[in-house]
Design a binder for this molecule. Sequence first.
Ligand SMILES: NC(=O)c1ccc[n+]([C@@H]2O[C@H](COP(=O)([O-])OP(=O)(O)OC[C@H]3O[C@@H](n4cnc5c(N)ncnc54)[C@H](OP(=O)(O)O)[C@@H]3O)[C@@H](O)[C@H]2O)c1
Length: 329
Amino acid sequence: MDLIRWGIVATGNISGSFTRDLAELPDAEVTAVASRSMASADRFAEVHGIAQRFDDYRALIDSKVVDVLYIGTPHPQHYAVARAALEAGVAVLCEKPVTLNARQARDLADLSRANGTLFAEAMWMRTDPVIQAYFEDLRSGVIGAPKQVLADFGFFKPELPERLLRPDLGGGALLDLGIYPATFTYMALGKPEAMTAMAEVNEDGVDLVTSMIWRYPGAMASLTCGMTAQLPWIAAVSGPEGSLMLPHRWHHPDHYIRRTAKGDERITVPKSGLGYHYEAAEVMRSLRAGLTECPAFPHDETIDILDLLDEARRQTGVTYPGDDEFLGG
Ligand SMILES: NC(=O)c1ccc[n+]([C@@H]2O[C@H](COP(=O)([O-])OP(=O)(O)OC[C@H]3O[C@@H](n4cnc5c(N)ncnc54)[C@H](OP(=O)(O)O)[C@@H]3O)[C@@H](O)[C@H]2O)c1
């Protein structure tokens, strides 16, 4: 079996979870890791049994020892690293939000197409087996035409990770958490004809809470996210014949509830690992098929969703130092 060689950029929280899950795939090999510091690269490499270590992201991209790069830096750092990899012909799976804004994501999608190099946003929810079963069910018409979506994502922690509160690290609820309700709603109803957003913004300009209404011809969605309250953290699509409901921590669920005239049915789908290897497997299938875009992570949808988040930020006045960074021609 041909192994696909992964390189990991950044040694933080999500890089660790993703790398752990790659062990679920017998045809994946993690050949290298890069950190801003050698001590951290060494530490990460020891935990995950990785041979090559770099103290510079660029050195890993230039090393030619990987087929695909996984990027797990904070959001403002995604764009430059992903662009450098795509320019060098190294495929990219980059954490969500793939960039700070739609303009940067459009540039990466254009470069991916021009260079024939795969580029995907690591929106792992899209490849979760329960979520996939959920959307198959929805599309079968079991609840009739979808009329309303409710989706929230939020929690309160007395000590939030620094990353979530610092503007220079892309802090704020919308980009980190709100992207899940936004992606879910887009998957259910597509692009809205109108949207409105309101936010509670702190003195540093970071949104602690953002709520949005997306309006469609004949349908409506309510989305909210926040870092000040223990939200129910659930999502549902409803139609005249019933509802499909995803429970607490719905973006990686172990079941959903189909509520129709027949009563409540609990639908489960067997899963393994933490859930990150499903997105990795999708990337590997796409690479082997010679694609530059994964069927589960369409570039147009990634960009549309960032356009909607841009519009929400325009309405709520949230900006980031990296918003103007643009490396395209
Ligand atoms: N899919 C998911 O379930 C999920 C979950 C959590 C987060 N995420 C996404 O993953 C990204 C990272 O989140 P995380 O929770 O893993 O963050 P984290 O624990 O803070 O780790 C981020 C890593 O990025 C690197 N980095 C590069 N430039 C940095 C800078 N200026 N300041 C701080 N760190 C910097 C650091 O690694 P080195 O020191 O090794 O360079 C750091 O350890 C975010 O975009 C987030 O939205 C996704």
